[in-house]
Every structure is written in structure tokens, then in C-alpha cells.
Design a protein around this ligand. Sequence first.
Ligand code: KG4
Ligand code: ZN
Length: 355
Amino acid sequence: MDPTGKPNPVVLGIESSCDESAVALVAADRTIIAQAIASQDEAHRPYGGVVPEIAARAHVEVLGPMVERVLEEAGMTLADVDAIAATAGPGLIGGVMVGLVTAKALAMAGDRPLISINHLEGHALSPRLADASLEFPYLLLLASGGHCQILEVRGVGDYRRIATTIDDALGEAFDKTAKILGLGYPGGPAVERLAETGDAKAVPLPRPLAGSAEPHFSFAGLKSAVLRAQQSGKYAAADIAASFQQAALDCVLDRTRRALEGAGAVGALVVAGGVAANKPLRAALEDFAAERGLRFVAPPMKLCTDNAAMIAWAGQERLAAGLVPEGGDPLDIAARPRWPLDPDAEPVRGAGVKA
Ligand code: KG4
Ligand code: ZN
């Protein structure tokens, strides 16, 4: 039973697991009533990456006022909210704690159920927020700066991790390539732009793990090869960018093909995470899906990158599936730096490095 007992409950979602502070109000009928997101890019830029302590402090400063602003924008008060959902992991623990404690305080003050959400579940279910016709089971490629996984999404709370990365995430590989080529941060869009003017066949680069039986990813060797190509002085930056992007794409297609063989029957191929913004990647996956008679679903970018609407929506899905205990999750529930979506997945070499 849905403990809110409302026909169209409203869930307030909070996300704070990395460098985005976000709050959203989402109704069960998929309306995103209001949302706010604050990126901390500027605060971390001088350090060339996310500094956990700075991230946690920034979440402390912005989350409270953000909740107020989102409620105000929606013309609502806490009394109009039926449940509070927050990311409880995996992620940078300081930030996760800030979001979770904010949610606990709201749940307590408003006497509303708390729903603790696995951030990866937020990503996994977000395509269903954008597309009501997307049914389980589907194959999900989740590729961002922090995650690189292929999941068989069988139902709410029922995920099988088919593949993960043994070293870097795909977005991380784009970011490192951008750094090597002096393109700045975040690197993905810059590499994609530069690649448009380059020759993808100019630089011989490896396709790590392509053809291997396990569908896992590896991008560390590709990054090293990009560095060597740059240092050799033999290639134009645009050619390196284009060759890198092609190699990364080839890896993703090869691994997705292998993952699909290992998955049960699925009706759709879904891509989420920041790297889903890459147009050649989307086009290649769309063709791949069409060849196999699968639907291809890529949610709008706002839902692909870290956001709170996906956390609120995961809360809605959990309520509807009867997975939220009467009165909500206990208020002493802990934030978790590591929290695998599929606890039965076998560990792989290097696992635990990436969420
Ligand atoms: O999901 P996201 O916003 O944040 C997390 O990492 O959780 O993903 C950001 C990642 C970065 O690594 C960024 O370089 C990559 O997504 N990215 C792209 C593109 N746009 C963003 N990678 C390749 N091509 C793009 N157009
Ligand atoms: Zn994420």
C-alpha cells in the first residue's frame, strides 16, 4: 500500500551526492511541479576536480533555501507534500549526509514519510518519468563522470548489474582526454566539438576489453594511449579527439552488444548519465537498438545528469510499488558512501573504485 493514501501524491526529492545540490517536487502523474539545481562547478574549478569538503559545505549553504524556494514556486507548503525522498548513497559521504539530514528534518517537521533512495536507482528509473510508455524490463546504459554500468532494469527495486567499469567511467575518459588536449572542464562537450573537425581514423588507439566474454568496461588504457599520441607530437588535436571518441564509441557498442546477450528479454535500450548528451553515441546506440528491434529511449538531458526530479520520481515508484514501509523509512537510516544497486553482482577487478 502507498502509505500516503493520496490519489496523486506529491514527493519532494533532494539530491546531494556529488557536486549538484538539487530539490524537486514531482507528482505521481509525472508532473514536475517545480525544481531547482545548483552546480558547484565554479567552487571546484581551481582544484581541477570535486573537493568533497567544499561540496558538503556548499550543500549545507544552499539546500535549505532551495527547499523553501521550490515550495514557494509551486505555491505549496510542507503540508502539501506527501513524502520526502533523498539520496542516501552512493556518493561523497559528506554531501549525502547533508541531503539526508535535511530530508529527515523535513520528514520530522512535516510528519511525512522519509524515503531513502539509491542514487543509481534514481538514474535507472528516470527514463520512466520522461516516458510513461517505457515498461520493464529494459537495458540501461548509465554513463556519467562517476558511473559506467549496464543494468537490466526488471522492475522497481529489481536490478541486475550486467557490466561495470574496472577502472575509469566513460565520462571520466572524456574529461581526461580533454585535459590532455588542453580543452578544459567539463571535457565531454569540448571533445565532441573538436572531434567534428578531426579524422577518426588518424590515430591508432586501443579498444580495451572489446571482444572479451564479460561485458565490463575499461578506459584507463585508452586514456594512456591518448596521452602517448599527444606527447608524440605527430597528431593534430582534432584527430586525437575524433579517434578517441570513435574508440570509446566502439567500446560502448561492443560492450552493449555483449551485455544484451547476457540479459533476459528486454523491450528497450535506454541511455542515461551525462555522456548521453554525446550525439554520435546516441546515434550509434539508436542504430544498434533498431537493428535488434528494440525501442531506443534517451531521456531529456535535464533528467540524464544529476537532478532531484529523478530522486523524487524514484520515491514515487517506490510508493506505488508498495516498497515504502508504513510511516516511511526509519529516521535513523544511515548515509552510505557505497551502495550497489545489485547486491548480488559479482565483484570485478577494480570494483569499488566507482559507484
Ligand atoms: O551525469 P553527469 O552530469 O555528472 C556525473 O558525473 O554524475 O555527467 C557528467 C559527465 C562528464 O564526465 C562530462 O564530460 C560528460 O558527462 N559529458 C559528455 C558530454 N556531455 C557531458 N561526454 C561526452 N560527450 C558529451 N557531449
Ligand atoms: Zn549520477
